[in-house]
Design a protein around this ligand. Structure first.
Ligand SMILES: Nc1ncnc2c1ncn2[C@@H]1O[C@H](COP(=O)(O)OP(=O)(O)OP(=O)(O)O)[C@@H](O)[C@H]1O
Ligand SMILES: [Mg+2]
Length: 273
């Protein structure tokens, strides 16, 4: 009974204060013929609108599973997931999703790959075209609108994927290792661009990454997870200014503190495994 009351109370709070994402005591168990896997256990995270939150943790600790819960592609075995105070019961249309690989259709140009999102949603054509133009300009793809994916660099392909995810102005953007396949320099440039785009759009971002530096540069909070079964080891507040020039940020004392703390936690949790 007490648990029930607490849940109702938290739900009311989430609605009242409008938490963008509210994950409450979630567990995920996968049952396969061979074995049962507990991917997540007792995970509670609350993300306010407009926050940029990064998730780091060992391979297999349940990071992608967590994003799937938020998108409604997966239901928790126990616990609750809410988007803007509303229970997530099935796939949500009000999110954007960017994967590690751009997953573009080879036979469509950059522009038409982005427009796919509009077609799936039945957006009015004129409105969609105008939005595509805005996004192409915002992500520096001007001049490459009519190029096919195989004519674009890896970074450009990820920009197209980002445009496609942002087309419908989703209040929540989920990114699962979006820059993992890029070289170090392109990755840095994409980090700078993503931070700028996040500030321009005001969208809430939940980003999974294996790069500690990327997590700290981009995010306002970093969720550090333990190895499987994934739980939240610690949530790190990143106390860096909103304006983050790349070079100066890398050498800021706060950057060293936050990355050091995350490295300690990941090292400690890996040893414990
Ligand atoms: N559909 C599924 N059926 C069975 N087990 C699954 C399924 N999806 C994920 N798992 C298991 O759940 C655990 C967490 O998987 P998940 O993909 O969330 O990890 P991850 O943290 O994203 O890892 P990585 O960093 O390698 O991408 C893993 O042990 C994985 O084998
Ligand atoms: Mg993953």
């Amino acid at each position: 009974m007490t648990v029930g009351n607490t849940t109702t109370q938290r739900s009311a709070d989430a609605t009242a204060t409008g938490a963008a994402v509210d994950i409450e005591q979630v567990a995920v168990r996968f049952r396969t013929k061979k074995k049962d896997v507990t991917a997540l256990r007792d995970v509670s995270v609350r993300i306010e609108p407009g926050e940029f939150v990064a998730i780091v943790g060992a391979s297999g600790c349940g990071k992608s599973t967590l994003l799937k819960l938020v998108s409604g592609l997966l239901r928790p075995s126990s616990g609750q997931v809410r988007l803007h105070g509303e229970d997530v019961r099935g796939p949500r249309r009000d999110i954007g999703y960017v994967f590690q690989r751009a997953a573009l259709l080879e036979w469509r140009t950059a522009r038409r790959n982005i427009l796919l999102q509009a077609e799936m949603r039945g957006m009015p054509k004129a409105q969609a075209r105008q939005r595509v133009d805005e996004l192409i300009a915002m992500t520096g793809l001007t001049g490459f609108e009519d190029a096919y994916p195989n004519e674009l660099s890896g970074g450009m392909q990820q920009r197209v994927a980002l445009c496609r995810a942002l087309l419908h102005r989703p209040p929540v953007l989920l990114m699962d290792e979006p820059f993992g396949a890029l070289d170090a320099l392109t990755r840095e440039q994409m980090n700078v661009e993503l931070r700028r785009i996040w500030r321009e759009t005001g969208t809430t971002v939940l980003l999974v990454t294996h790069s500690i530096a990327e997590a700290v540069y981009l995010a306002n909070r970093v969720i550090v997870m333990t190895p499987r079964p994934g739980t939240v080891a610690e949530v790190i507040d990143v106390d860096l200014p909103v304006e983050r020039d790349y070079g100066p940020t890398m050498s800021a004392p706060e950057f060293a503190r936050a990355t050091g703390r995350i490295r300690d936690l990941l090292g400690a949790t890996t040893t414990a495994e």
